[in-house]
Structures are given as structure tokens and as C-alpha cells.
Design a protein around this ligand. Structure first.
Ligand SMILES: Cc1cc2nc3c(=O)[nH]c(=O)nc-3n(C[C@H](O)[C@H](O)[C@H](O)COP(=O)(O)OP(=O)(O)OC[C@H]3O[C@@H](n4cnc5c(N)ncnc54)[C@H](O)[C@@H]3O)c2cc1C
Length: 178
């Protein structure tokens, strides 16, 4: 069995359908889920997230002292004003996000370790079809949705970008990456 056939066999089960599929459980994805619950109660949704937990930026970047660089009163959600220090740590931001998830029952709608591989729109059935792989089991799954909400941010969370500079190979110091 070649790789394509093996993947098709794995995803032979019926797709999971939701009204809205949100990509990513960072600050954007959690905010999207809140607003759906608040403004469109009854709309079914799932958040698919590659990583083992929510947080995105604030979980990926773990160098010592990692913190916001602008004030969190404007970074925080308007529905849950930030009450901590104006500039604060990734840990505090993750705690804040945990509260938003808990206070609004968002947790059961998040599927962790689900990396989306493809997303295709069909004009015939007016649906998105997404293929995801479970990063823990390797299982391939299909999802369909009427609306796809991209909250995937702008980093490659798997690997940082390292630019090339002339003379880099001759540099005698230590090159670090956040
Ligand atoms: C050190 C640091 C400090 C910062 N400080 C500030 C600040 O003070 N103020 C400010 O406004 N901004 C700041 N930023 C920018 C910050 O990244 C954004 O403000 C914000 O957190 C981005 O959130 P997001 O949810 O859009 O994206 P992300 O945090 O990148 O989250 C996206 C999520 O989507 C998931 N995802 C992506 N692709 C897939 C896929 N194919 N399948 C499933 N899941 C996927 C990722 O795993 C991730 O969890 C800072 C960034 C850094 C690194």
C-alpha cells in the first residue's frame, strides 16, 4: 500500500461537521470562540490546534523573561479587561487565557495536537473540507465546516526563522535564537 492509499484508508471514517472551524488556539482563536458563543449562541464550532495546549505565541516563545512589548490593557480582550501589570510575562498572559477558556466553556471545543494539512472549499456543496493529522497518534481526520476562521498567526511554530548574514560562519561568539 503506498502512502496516499494508506492515508485514504485512515480517513475513511465520516468527517466531523461543525458550523465554524477555527484554526489555532492563540489569543485570536480563543477570542473568536468567545465571540461566537456570545454573538451566535448555538453555532457549533471547533478549534483545531497543533500544539498540546493553547497560547500560541505565548507558549512557543520560552526564552527567560519573555513578556509583552506593548501594554496589555490594549492587547487584552475588551470583554475581559486586563487587570495585571501593563507589561507582563508570557506566564501571566497564559493564565489570563486559561481564565477566558474556563469562564466561557471553550475548553471542550478545542482539539489539541490536531495539525491542519489542507483546506479545500467546494462550490458544489458549499462546504470547507479540512484534513488534519493528530500529532500524537499520526491518525488522519477529516472535518467539514460552513465557515473557516483563520487564526493561525504568522509564525512557523515548528521552527524559528534564522536569517543568513555574510560572515556568519566566521562569527566567534554564540548565536542565539528566541
Ligand atoms: C515575545 C513576543 C512579544 C509580543 N508582544 C506583543 C505585544 O506586546 N503586543 C502585541 O500586540 N503583540 C505582541 N506580540 C505578537 C503576538 O504574536 C500577537 O500579538 C498575538 O499573540 C498573535 O496571536 P494569534 O492568536 O494571532 O497567533 P499565534 O499566537 O501565532 O497562535 C496561532 C496558533 O495557531 C496554531 N496553528 C498554526 N497553524 C496551524 C495548523 N496548520 N493547524 C493547527 N493549528 C495551527 C499555532 O500552533 C498557534 O497556537 C508578541 C510576540 C512575541 C513573540
Amino acid at each position: 500500500m503506498n502512502e496516499q492509499t494508506a492515508i485514504k484508508a485512515q480517513i475513511a471514517t465520516a468527517p466531523t461537521h461543525v458550523d465554524v472551524l477555527i484554526v489555532g488556539a492563540g489569543i485570536s482563536g480563543i477570542g473568536a470562540a468567545y465571540h461566537l458563543g456570545d454573538q451566535r449562541p448555538g453555532t457549533s464550532y471547533l478549534i483545531l490546534e497543533t500544539q498540546e495546549k493553547f497560547g500560541g505565541t505565548w507558549r512557543t516563545h520560552t526564552y527567560p523573561g519573555v513578556r509583552s512589548d506593548s501594554d496589555l490593557y490594549t492587547f487584552g480582550y475588551r470583554f475581559k479587561p486586563w487587570t495585571g501589570k501593563p507589561i507582563d510575562t508570557a506566564g501571566e498572559i497564559l493564565d489570563y487565557m486559561q481564565e477566558v477558556i474556563d469562564e466561557n466553556g471553550i475548553g471542550p471545543n478545542i482539539r489539541y495536537q490536531h495539525k491542519i494539512l489542507t483546506a479545500n472549499w467546494s462550490n458544489e456543496v458549499n462546504l470547507w473540507t479540512l484534513e488534519a493529522v493528530r500529532t500524537d497518534t499520526g491518525e488522519h481526520l477529516l472535518f467539514t465546516a460552513n465557515f473557516l476562521w483563520m487564526c493561525q498567526g504568522y509564525y512557523n511554530h515548528d521552527q524559528g526563522y534564522t536569517p543568513e548574514w555574510d560572515g556568519m560562519a566566521d562569527f566567534k561568539g554564540e548565536i542565539i535564537h528566541p
